[in-house]
Design a protein around this ligand. Sequence first.
Ligand SMILES: [Zn+2]
Length: 81
Amino acid sequence: MKIICPKCRYEWITKSSHIYVSCPSCLQKVNLNNLDNSFRMKLFQVEILIREFENDTGKKRNKVKLSEIVEWLESKIIKKD
Ligand SMILES: [Zn+2]
């Protein structure tokens, strides 16, 4: 199963069947039962969007404001219309 740490966004694959797994990056314990599937899907979608933003603009997520990402998204939507 693919997991994205809710705390530090580190992404990894686990074969663990335990309820709790530790994030290899920040060692935060992640409760897999709390990450229901719809939330997990949203997390993946946000992660994909942010990566696309980073690739597209060359900016890093920790250096930008959320409003910049929103503006970028809006410009994408306008271009496609
Ligand atoms: Zn983490």
